[in-house]
Ligand binder design. Structure first.
Ligand SMILES: Cc1cn([C@H]2C[C@H](O)[C@@H](COP(=O)(O)OP(=O)(O)O[C@H]3O[C@@H](C)C(=O)[C@@H](O)[C@H]3O)O2)c(=O)[nH]c1=O
Length: 188
């Protein structure tokens, strides 16, 4: 597995090794030991799976507040997304900065979204399926979001008129969003 760092410390892209042959391929899409050897230690306890039927579906930017903050390990099993992670830890030297990465069924890349970061994804092709592991359970009371098009973030999404959920149409800007993440706090 290749581990590729990004400009945001803690946000890494993982590239599992796929073994191709005349049948197709085989890969270990998740191996706790391999990740631990790369210094990545998380006890994932829930798997999530979503289908976006159309290209241009944008989900996000989402996070769960402390004490129900989530680490996410995100990948795509059909289609492709432009996946975005934003540092929203107050006092962080990279507060408000984001990274965008293409995850696709073809490139098999995964992105690790640490606690204290908001996450969003925009589909690049129809029938895109996102799979991700999380290290705490869903908690609707702690679920929060930030507007995908917050001008303070200036995210270079691949489209300007995305298909959004009702909730994501009404998300606040980062400056107004409820956020109890503190840089250097207990976000392990
Ligand atoms: C996230 C989640 C949602 N749900 C339910 C709530 C709702 O009825 C339905 C759809 O939820 P949402 O509209 O929040 O789904 P979605 O917009 O796909 O939300 C996801 O977006 C991406 C970007 C993330 O990072 C995820 O953590 C998650 O927030 O599924 C669960 O039952 N369990 C869960 O873990």
């Amino acid at each position: 597995m290749k581990v590729i760092s990004t400009k945001l410390p803690g946000v890494v892209v993982l590239e599992p090794k796929a073994h191709g042959d005349h049948r197709g391929f085989f890969m270990e899409s998740y191996n706790q030991q391999t990740l631990a050897n790369a210094g990545i230690h998380h006890a994932f306890i829930q798997d999530n799976h979503s289908l976006s039927v159309e290209a241009g579906v944008l989900r996000g930017l989402h996070y769960q507040l402390e004490p129900k903050a989530l680490t996410k390990l995100v990948r795509v099993v059909s289609g492709a997304v432009y996946d975005v992670v934003v540092d929203i830890r107050k006092g962080s030297p990279t507060f408000g900065e984001w990274v965008g990465v293409i995850l696709s069924a073809d490139n098999k890349r995964q992105i690790l979204v640490p606690k204290g970061f908001a996450h969003g994804a925009c589909t690049l092709v129809p029938n895109t399926q996102l799979l991700y592991k999380v290290d705490d359970y869903y908690s609707p009371e702690h679920d929060r979001g930030i507007a995908w098009d917050d001008p303070d973030l200036g995210i270079a999404w691949p489209i300007s008129q995305p298909i959004l959920s009702e909730r994501d149409r009404q998300q606040p800007a980062l400056a107004q969003a409820e956020n109890n993440f503190v840089y250097g706090g207990d976000l392990s």
